[in-house]
Design a protein around this ligand. Structure first.
Ligand code: OGA
Ligand code: MN
Length: 295
């Protein structure tokens, strides 16, 4: 049975109606995966997923990303990551606290985990505690934007790659934040600037707040080009802004969509749970590797 959908935005994204995501199975997943390939972003409202359902859904997309595997004791289970300003004592983190500053780094347009040896295919966000004002999550279609981009600009980047580094996006918010060990764990990663979806054949610009250089281009030319491309693909006409309600599940294709949070009053608690899955060969990952080391 075909799923009932309605557009989120004229250029990308659909809301899927009447689908309960609990207890997801490979069988039921096939139709969702087809929508994901085609539309790049999926919204489901009024869902009742617990952490186990969240993990089960994520596993249908691919291997679950576990950035803290190295700091967990053997045998300890994976815990669903939270994007939250609520501290263990229930208070909210102060605006200039490093924890809040890290949340602010999410307000720079990015694709998740481009700084990892294997980047993310998707992020499945579930709203647990929402704010009265602000705190939207915005998505920008780098597929739609790339398709509109003038050839003069495309040709400057088409056969090139971007270098990505976690600490780079953090340093843009606070040099002190960038120094934390958790942002220094991985060597710089080089990814081709254009990701071709192997299912649909559609291309998208693959860029992020973590991108600090263009391979083979001098530093100032590279950063100017990164800024120019970022401005192009995040123009309002490519952006969908989602205002959260508890129970919303938002899923997007990191190969073809940038995302960011918008500010809120930091006294207000906000909590999303988030599971990223890693991109695989079937998602076109191998073609993204340029195979040279950054010097
Ligand atoms: C994330 C992220 C944005 C938000 O979870 O990767 O960037 O709106 N979240 O909190
Ligand atoms: Mn993110």
């Amino acid at each position: 049975m075909a799923l009932k959908t309605s557009p989120l935005h004229p250029l990308f994204g659909v809301e899927v109606h009447g689908s309960d995501l609990r207890g997801m199975t490979e069988d039921r997943f096939a139709d969702l995966r087809a929508l994901f390939e085609q539309h790049s972003a999926l919204l489901f409202r009024n869902q009742k997923l617990d952490d186990a359902d969240h993990i089960q859904l994520a596993e249908c997309f691919g291997p679950i990303e576990d950035r803290n595997a190295d700091s967990r004791n053997a045998g300890d289970p994976f815990r669903v990551p939270e994007v939250s300003n609520i501290l263990s004592d229930g208070r909210t983190s102060d605006e200039m606290d490093l924890h809040t500053l890290n949340l602010k780094a999410n307000m720079l347009w990015h694709s998740d985990s481009t700084f990892l040896p294997v980047p993310a295919l998707t992020n499945i966000l579930i709203a647990r505690v929402v704010t009265e004002t602000g705190g939207q999550t915005e998505l920008a279609s780098t597929r739609a934007a790339w398709s509109d981009m003038p050839e003069t600009l495309k040709s400057r980047i088409r056969d090139r790659g971007f270098w990505h580094r976690y600490a780079h996006s953090r340093a843009r918010i606070s040099p002190e934040l960038a120094k934390l060990d958790m942002f220094q764990k991985w060597p710089d990663q080089l990814w081709r600037a254009v990701w071709t979806n192997p299912v649909t054949g559609q291309e998208a610009l693959y860029i992020a707040s973590h991108a600090f250089a263009v391979e083979g281009m001098d530093e100032s030319e590279g950063t100017a080009l990164i800024d120019q491309l970022m401005s192009f693909v995040t123009q309002r006409r490519y952006v969908f802004s989602h205002t959260w309600n508890v129970g919303d599940v938002l899923i997007w294709d990191q190969r073809a969509v940038l995302h960011r949070a918008t500010p809120w009053n930091y006294d207000e608690p906000r909590k999303l749970t988030s599971i990223c899955t890693s991109a695989t060969r079937a998602d076109g990952l191998n073609a993204m590797r340029m195979g040279i080391q950054h010097t």
